[in-house]
Design a protein around this ligand. Sequence first.
Ligand code: SF4
Length: 745
Amino acid sequence: MAFTLNRRSFLQAATAAALAVPLAKVVSAETGVVKTPIDPKGTFEDKTVTGGICEMCFWRCQLVGKLRDDRLVKLEGNPKSIDNGRSICARGNAGIKYLYDPDRLKYPLKNVGKRGAPVWKRISWDEALNECGTRLKGVVDKYGPHGISVFPHGSSAKYPMHFFERTVGTHNVSEASFFQCRGVRDTAYLATIGKAPGEFVDMPNAKAIMLLGGHMGENVHVSHIKQYIQGLQNGAKLIVVDPRYSASAAKSDIWVQIKPGTDTAFLLAVMNYLVKNKKYNAEFVDEYGDGFDEFAEAIESWTPEKAAAECDIPAAQIKEVAELLAANAPHVAIHPGRHVSWYGNDFQRQRSLACLTGLLGAYYTVGGWVPAKNPKVGGTSWKKKEANHEFNLNMDKEEEPIYPFSPPGTPTELIRDAALTGKPYAIKGCVIWGQNPIQTIPGQEKMKKVLEQMDFVMCVDVMPTDATMWADILLPEVSYLERYDLIKTGTQWDFSKEQQQYIAARMPLVEPMFERKDQVFITNAIAKIMGYEKDIPVKSIEELVEKDLAVAKLSLAQLRKEDGIHLMPGKDPYQMPEDFEVIFFNEDLEDYGFPGAPTYIPVEQPPKGYARLLYGRVPVHTFNRTQNNVWLHFAMPQNPVWINDEVAQKIGLSDGDTVELVNSEGFKSKTTTVVKVTPGIRKDSVYMAHGYGSMNPLMSVGVKAGIDDQSLITKISVDPETGAHGMRNNFVKLIKDGKVLDIPA
Ligand code: SF4
């Protein structure tokens, strides 16, 4: 098998490797070998620096860095943190290998070859910025501001995103974190409780936890996992709805091995059972519910038996789930999920989760859904100019929204279609900042065509990715360990403890190396060349952070004195806002032509001989951003494809066999992976971890490791309410030794 290391042994190995860094030959990013002689009897580190904030994923745990001879040799959780505490995850530990990765981008580069098959030439910052500014201005002059598209990701992309969106004035900004991830969740909850849900459900104090899209243990965020484990240790019952025997399914009291795409039918039947049997929280619904009668009528056909046939699960299990939830209500933590862009019917599923929480009376209550109440800081950025709806692709000719419940920005598919057709207008400039649209957005070949037709593409990133291969100019950014950055605020996550809030600002743990620059430097320089000098809000990232901290009467100097984290008394987490309501039947939705109550929309089933391709996360990697990290690669070098054991036996596959994948539209994987034979996956599906199979040769470790799931997601479905992508409607066969294997029905 490809990986045999468990988490504990990996962390031990990772820590041992970190400890070994100063004592062994260390490959330097610049020269190859660190020459400093090190006394093995000496102390391990000579300096501890506080104020770090991790960004190996977006959770942003608070760090301290241990340095020796000004090199970072170990990362730890900041003991003052009330969020992650001293703990960081495997990826957090491996941040050192990200910082010192010899493959990191070091200098501005110009592509003197072709997009997609680049030949890189090192150029000066002056030349690079001048080319970016001049060519983007050229696009604006010729096509208007809306001729620019922006694909941002991460905290460093906010400042440039605001520049292009608010000041230059393009609507065509598409964040993967919304349109390929959680946007559909946020807007579905907005349509139900008037608020995006976040993820801090009160698991530590819950009597029951239900996960349907919250993959605890595979999707690892330190404080979140602490909440979950504390809840289980406190005796919470766990319901997991997943086609796959996931890390959380393995800990569950009830595992609902649901047929992919049918989750809403399951939820409607659970809710209908609660209503019909008067097991919902009538008092809560009477006080806070809106449109309950219409809702109850709309879902009344969903008997457990009807849903059982649709979901391919026993009717008795649906009743068992409903009974368990009712017995423990209102102390029930129904997780809103994270990456929920699955089938293109996702808004309805997320609405169902929000309504189920309401039926159980589990909002603003011990063990239920409780929002984090964070302290206020400033939000310094570019000023917003007047919105021009004429060029908003999400508005039709009558100025009605095409996707009325879209998350902020413009749905990716609208941008891509406009770019490819030139209608209603041309999109000829592209800024990719920290995002990898080649391996994040479905329809990889379509994305390549979009980039091919641009007049100019610029990328800013820390590492080479498959997207950076499409840049004309590629700019190296400082990493999260070398820069100041946006402020992180948060709340004590265990609501049974005395409540505290915190403010932390990311501060560099080491000096930037080579010629890497931060977001404010790069954006301001481009803004000047494009003619927006008078609009520049701050001269440096430090100034931006200082301005935002000043709103909370803090400063960087003060934060440094406080070990990087300012603590203050918190608020009552359970206090409900006066105007809180749960909209069971939403008339706005109906006005736009959508069902007012949550509704099940069936999805396409696998054609004969194919299995549905499911994908997900693993605890040792973040999207496709960490596969080149040598420690994390060591932990999980490729993404085995899970296949049901009975199916594997019938088609002659064994654990560890090397395979390729081909999808029902004829797209074949460019690389190979190994098979994981397991009873823990349905017969109609296969599963693999997301983010592998990069084709960028500048990644010496991660290149061609495993299969790129995104290259097989060619059938594009779009959620009708939000415009977000559904990405699990693709079907594959496996290929072994050149022979295509039909998946038996
Ligand atoms: S969960 Fe892990 S990777 Fe994410 S911020 Fe925390 S330590 Fe870093």
